[in-house]
Design a protein around this ligand. Structure first.
Ligand code: ATP
Ligand code: MG
Length: 192
């Protein structure tokens, strides 16, 4: 089936509502169910999540999935303070993201040859200047230079317009109501 696919689709899920990462991971699971190879890279996100636990567990138990999923998380445990762009936490995140995009991603594209790449929260990384816009766009475009180009998904509350302009699909997730405003914290099982 994927022999006949030759084009890259770039999907963007952005906006202030909840469901962007969920949609990206849901698509990754759909792709895995079709025999695809999937790379998931999460920017500025190092904490444990239910979705990663689930996929790890599944890969452990299911031989057909072995070698078809690479899941990478990087960033600092501390959140970036938007008033301290240039501080240590910010710089560490810049270094992680730079290292991933410049060295790790090209190697994975060449050696792991994913059919789908999820760049979760890349939009926020660009928004905060952790990754510069042109690096993000050239990383997204680099896929089309691969021997067998993968599809890609970029998520983030904010995804800068130039990235949305090069995308083939842009879904804006809006917030009408969110329990976060009452609860004030992310809930295990629902949010992480
Ligand atoms: P999900 O991971 O549930 O698909 P998302 O990717 O759309 O959500 P993000 O903007 O990446 O959402 O936020 C990550 C998580 O933080 C979400 O699960 C969300 O419920 C929670 N959250 C924390 N603060 C807020 C806030 N102020 N407004 C909305 N969501 C928030
Ligand atoms: Mg998210």
């Amino acid at each position: 089936m994927f022999e006949v696919r030759c084009c890259l689709m770039l999907l963007v899920y952005y906006g202030k509502g909840k469901g962007k990462t969920t949609a990206a991971i849901g698509t990754a699971i759909r792709a895995l169910g079709r025999g695809w190879r999937v790379l998931i890279a999460q920017f500025m996100k190092v904490w444990e999540t239910g979705e990663r636990n689930f996929v790890k567990e599944l890969v452990k138990r299911c031989d057909q999935l072995k070698g078809r999923v690479v899941w990478i998380n990087f960033g600092t445990k501390e959140f970036i303070n938007p008033n301290d762009l240039g501080g240590e936490v910010f710089s560490m995140n810049v270094a992680y993201a730079y290292g991933f995009l410049k060295y790790v991603l090209p190697e994975l594209l060449r050696d792991f040859r994913p059919d789908l790449v999820v760049l979760d929260e890349l939009g926020v990384a660009v928004h905060l200047n952790v990754v510069d816009e042109s690096t993000a766009i050239s990383s997204a475009r680099r896929f089309s230079g691969s021997t067998k180009p993968p599809h890609a998904i970029i998520t983030g509350r904010y995804v800068p317009r130039p990235l949305r302009e090069v995308a083939d699909l842009v879904t804006k997730v809006d917030e009408e109501k969110h329990y976060f405003r009452v609860v004030g914290e992310a809930l295990e099982g629902l949010d992480l």
